[in-house]
Design a protein around this ligand. Structure first.
Ligand SMILES: Nc1ncnc2c1ncn2[C@@H]1O[C@H](COP(=O)(O)OP(=O)(O)OP(=O)(O)O)[C@@H](O)[C@H]1O
Ligand SMILES: [Mg+2]
Length: 261
């Protein structure tokens, strides 16, 4: 489904703290347990914990491969006023050919980090958005490969067009008024981007689930993940997710099914 072979590129979004990174790591684990190769793209410039949930080292920022933030801003400033297309990659990458140092790997799992905020006053995260957008488009996938993109909270990535190279979007919805409101906006933005949007209800059970379902059509809800003590504990300690979560396996199965369509 994705560019290249028949793999698939999925992006997870949602409000702050709804469980995007947790679910990205859990889905990646579940897909990899099913024999699929998974590249996780960490596109959250502010959080530093996703690699631990995957049991991987934090790779160097891809931004450094591009010469660093200042260089990239320079390229953007050169291209945009002239109406030229910004081209950051001179050749396609496959998961095994991602340059060393900018990917960390274990078994079927690979992780890339687009760029993190490291210094006080270093400037905005716009270059990371531009880079993430092109990186996702630049990865060619084999038939059994998946890309999972973990995003920063909110909808700025839509503004930057990060979704363009993705085949499918998942909004993680937790039981909060903010999430309900955001789901309306994200549904509108996904439609404008021409992308399929599905929902994962997280930490939602009983009455919370019922209220969430009022505004979201049931056939778009792929899974409802309850609060799991094992997830909570691993999240608190910064431990690798090792326990399989049945409600997450459902999402992995859905992705595998979607890929073969
Ligand atoms: N189903 C769950 N059961 C128990 N704890 C959970 C569950 N989902 C998420 N959590 C916990 O909720 C917290 C927030 O999750 P997470 O960091 O994945 O959210 P996020 O959407 O990625 O946040 P951010 O917007 O900061 O990137 C973490 O401590 C995580 O361990
Ligand atoms: Mg996160």
């Amino acid at each position: 489904m994705g560019s290249g072979g028949d793999g698939l590129k999925a992006l997870l979004c949602g409000k702050g703290g709804c469980g995007k990174s947790t679910l990205t790591a859990l889905i990646a684990r579940s897909l990899s347990d099913r024999g699929c190769k998974v590249l996780v793209i960490d596109n959250d410039e502010s959080n530093f914990g996703l690699h631990r949930q995957l049991g991987l080292e934090l790779p160097d920022d891809l931004l450094n491969f591009m010469g660093g933030k200042k260089d990239l801003i320079g390229k953007m400033m050169e291209a945009f006023p002239k109406g030229e297309k910004l081209t950051l990659f001179d050749q396609k990458w496959e998961i095994p050919t991602i340059p060393q140092g900018y990917v960390s790997r274990k078994d079927n799992l690979s992780l890339m980090a687009v760029g993190k905020i490291h210094e006080f006053g270093e400037g905005c995260a716009c270059p990371m958005g531009a880079l993430a957008k092109q990186l996702i488009q630049n990865i060619d996938l084999g038939d059994d490969d998946f890309v999972l993109v973990d995003t920063e909270a909110g909808i700025e990535h839509f503004g930057r067009g990060v979704e363009e190279g993705c085949d499918v979007l998942f909004m993680v919805v937790d039981p909060s008024y903010e999430s309900i409101r955001l789901s309306e906006k994200i549904s509108e933005l996904a439609a404008k981007a021409g992308k399929q949007l599905y929902y994962i209800l997280n930490r939602a059970e009983g009455a919370g689930r019922e209220i969430l379902c009022c505004g979201i059509s049931e056939d778009r809800i792929i899974s409802t993940v309850p609060i799991h003590e094992s997830i909570f504990k691993a999240g608190l300690m910064g431990d690798e997710f090792l326990t399989s979560v049945p409600e997450v396996d459902v999402i992995a199965d859905f992705l595998i099914e979607l890929r073969s369509k």
